[in-house]
Design a binder for this molecule. Structure first.
Ligand SMILES: Nc1ncnc2c1ncn2[C@@H]1O[C@H](COP(=O)(O)OP(=O)(O)OP(=O)(O)O)[C@@H](O)[C@H]1O
Ligand SMILES: [Mg+2]
Length: 363
């Protein structure tokens, strides 16, 4: 069993603290993704788990063992990095087996492990090629194969796909997901790409400035973001967030629009209080082109600033509440810039945040 337990994990470089006491429980065979903007401490956290970075405070357990002071090789983990430098003068087969050879395994023991990994990753027909004669995606698979042959308890990935172009990244994302179905292992995966996080993770850990902001399944963090940061980070296009002031159970936006707030939330607010009203682009659609047309909503006439036709939907940029917001038009028709449309704002799917703290006001 290889659960990973982080308890009050701290990282300091000299007097500079960059990870501030993180708690996290990763279950056996769970796929957990750490996501957050550049510099938030994802790699540092992963490297502490790997043993490549000293832990300044707190306790790290893998399975039942406290591993704080164990060297990387004694932790039974495998790590795949963004820059996965393969040995250029070795064939794929030699690259896959090299780590095992160094660890003192015999060729007879290495061969079945290498063949198994090659089978899992579909590398069988490339085994005698040099890395220079492989595509980027094939090289990436060899890098993963090197990690798989070691039969680790825990896989650690640090942005393994960010060197690949968008299309290949999408394909490899699916491969990694299938790989996890076949080779059930505990995985901790770092990315700054929220789409990658949403598609791969059993649970997502959203980090900011060395703190964990929220932990949850992709659905939980999407539907119930705990604050404006998570709301803006998860989801594409991002959630629209408009400043408002409470007035009689509604929020008065900067352009004067009154948006009725959910009753349970309004009951806890007093007039004059600052709030942020959030709604995803698909809760804000031209009339007749929305996801839930039967829902309670208000109508607002607004001009199209620009539109992005994406085929099955069109993203519309418009100005509302004193800000640029994005709307999603399903079953779209061609639009002209400057054209005025009636938008429906779905009141059932409003998010309301405290205007001072940014915290969600959902019960
Ligand atoms: N050796 C170091 N000395 C001082 N500060 C460091 C050192 N290594 C990292 N940091 C700082 O620690 C913070 C976290 O860095 P980290 O590499 O973990 O970020 P990240 O979330 O992985 O970002 P990215 O998405 O850019 O890879 C950053 O502010 C970084 O500048
Ligand atoms: Mg990093």
């Amino acid at each position: 069993m290889a659960e990973v337990h982080l308890s009050k994990i701290v990282k300091r470089y000299g007097s500079l603290e960059v990870v501030h006491g993180i708690d996290l429980e990763v279950a056996h065979n769970e796929f957990v993704v750490l996501v957050g903007p550049s510099g938030c401490g994802k790699s540092t956290t992963l490297r502490m788990i790997a043993g490549l970075e000293e832990i300044s405070g707190g306790e790290l357990k893998i399975g039942d063992r406290v591993v704080n002071s164990l060297p990387p090789r004694s932790r039974n983990i495998s790590m795949v990095f963004q820059s996965y430098a393969l040995y250029p003068h070795m064939t794929v087969r030699e690259n896959l087996g090299f780590g095992l050879k160094i660890a003192g395994m015999t060729p007879e023991d290495i061969k079945p492990r290498v063949d198994e990994a090659a089978g899992i990753l579909g590398l069988e027909s490339f085994m005698d090629r040099l890395p220079a004669n492989l595509s980027g995606g094939q090289r990436q698979r060899v890098a993963m194969g090197r990690a798989i042959v070691r039969h680790p308890d825990v896989f650690l990935f640090d942005e393994p796909l960010s060197n690949l172009d968008a299309k290949l990244r999408g394909q490899m994302r699916v491969e990694i997901k299938k790989l996890h179905q076949r080779v059930k292992t505990t995985v901790i995966y770092v990315t700054h790409d929220q789409v990658e996080a949403m598609t791969l993770a059993d649970r997502i850990v959203i980090m900011r400035d060395g703190y964990v902001e929220q932990v949850g399944t992709p659905t939980e963090v999407f539907e119930n973001p705990v604050n404006t940061f998570v709301a803006g980070f998860i989801g594409s296009p991002p959630m629209n967030q408009l400043d408002g002031v409470v007035e009689n159970g509604a929020a008065r936006l900067n352009d004067g629009t009154l948006v009725p707030l959910p009753e349970d939330i309004a009951a806890r607010l007093s007039d004059g209080q600052k709030v942020v009203v959030g709604f995803r682009p698909d809760a804000f659609a031209p009339k007749g082109h929305s996801l839930h047309p039967e829902d309670r909503s208000i109508e607002i006439s607004l001009p199209v600033v620009i539109s992005e036709p994406l085929g099955t939907e069109t993203i519309i940029f418009t100005e509302f509440g004193g800000k640029e917001v994005q709307a999603k038009m399903l079953d779209p028709r061609p639009l002209n810039d400057g054209e005025t449309l009636t938008f429906t704002l779905d009141l059932e799917r409003l998010h309301v945040f405290d205007g001072e703290t940014g915290k969600s006001l959902r019960a």
